[in-house]
Ligand binder design. Structure first.
Ligand SMILES: Nc1ncnc2c1ncn2[C@@H]1O[C@H](COP(=O)(O)OP(=O)(O)O)[C@@H](O)[C@H]1O
Ligand SMILES: [Mg+2]
Length: 329
């Protein structure tokens, strides 16, 4: 019998999505094929503390591949990926650059715009260069959205309808990041597509999120059980699903993604597809969109995990082949 591949599930973490990460890690552990894989858990506590340099390096010496299930900054943003690269350990999901790009909503949007892909008009604001309410409304109208550039889970995100709300939103968003985005409000449906693969990725069926709150806020995501309805697959007219899938693959490649990503869109009444954001370590509980979308596409949760690990190992092999020394011929 072939030797079991040792998988380290790296989970927990400093971000507000700590609890979701624990749930995802449990689900992955339950579904993974134990005949093929041996798993161990590497937990990062909420202060990021247990993550002392020696502890993490000791734990990862005993694994063949890491499955990071860490959402948001210090997990999904290229920092952990950089550490694993330095330690010469294969890992699931995009590498340093793709992770860092997708974590930063402003850089993501700039690259998408350059690629001719539809995004919401936005202004980038640093805490050192304030902007007035009238300047914003002149450019983006009302309402508009304010969000920290590098965060997730709708933390620090506000829908602004007047000057008073603007001031509150600005102050709040700047608590989480020194760079924020002010975005034109997009009225439309929210649809998502999951992508899997390295050089030749595949796109899943498209799903829809129907928030029962004013938008898909933190409360709607995590606090209110009935905060949103997930529809998998989404009911989409004509060739819309195909267009969204093709666009998702294009975006995946454009943003240097590998392994996995979930691409989130708005779909307006004119059937225009506008990209909202790309998540490189999407939620991984059994009821999360990413695994659900692949399940609806004929790839079971445990098969999905298997494929993701194999993709991580393949990428690692590919990278190992690159020359690291140069001799003048
Ligand atoms: N420009 C926008 N127009 C309309 N709704 C928006 C806009 N930006 C964000 N939202 C709403 O806020 C939610 C969270 O925003 P998002 O940019 O996806 O941040 P996060 O990374 O925290 O999920 C979205 O799912 C959507 O409901
Ligand atoms: Mg989102």
């Amino acid at each position: 019998m072939a030797k079991k591949i040792r998988v380290g599930i790296l989970f927990g973490g400093k971000s507000v999505e700590h609890e979701i990460s624990i749930l995802s890690a449990k689900n992955v552990a339950q579904a993974i094929d134990r005949k093929k894989y041996h798993i161990s858990f590497i937990k990062i506590d909420k202060r990021g503390a247990c993550f002392s340099k020696t502890a993490i390096f000791k734990s990862i010496q005993f694994v063949d591949v890491i499955f990071p299930i860490l959402h948001g900054p210090f997990g999904e943003d290229g920092t952990v990926q950089g550490m694993l690269k330095l330690a010469n350990i294969p890992f699931v999901g995009p590498s340093v650059l793709g992770s860092a790009i997708c974590m930063d909503k402003e850089v993501t949007k700039r690259l998408l715009k350059e690629g001719g892909i539809g995004i919401a008009d936005f202004l980038k604001i640093k805490d050192s260069d304030p902007i007035s309410f009238s300047e914003v409304t002149a450019k983006l109208g009302l309402p508009f959205f304010i969000k920290p550039a590098n965060l997730g889970s709708s933390v620090g995100i506000h829908k602004v309808k007047n000057e008073k709300e603007f001031k509150v939103a600005l102050k709040d968003a700047f608590q989480f990041d020194s760079k924020i985005l002010i975005e034109k409000y997009i009225e439309g449906r929210e649809v998502e597509c999951a992508v899997l693969g390295n050089e030749n990725p595949i796109a899943s069926r498209v799903g829809e999120i129907i928030p029962q709150h004013e938008f898909y806020s933190y409360e709607a995501k995590y606090l209110d059980e009935n905060g949103a309805v997930l529809k998998v697959p989404a009911e989409l007219e004509g060739d819309l699903e195909k267009r969204i899938q093709e666009l998702s693959l294009k975006i995946f490649k454009l943003l240097e993604c590998e392994g996995m990503a979930r691409v989130d869109f708005f779909l307006n009444a004119n059937h225009e597809i506008i990209v909202n954001e790309v998540n490189t370590i999407p939620g991984f509980t059994k009821i999360s969109m990413y695994p659900k979308l692949f399940e609806a596409s004929g790839i079971s949760y445990s098969n999905l995990i298997d494929r993701l690990i194999q993709l991580a190992l393949k990428r690692f092999k590919r990278e190992q082949k690159l020359k690291t020394t140069f001799r003048v011929p």
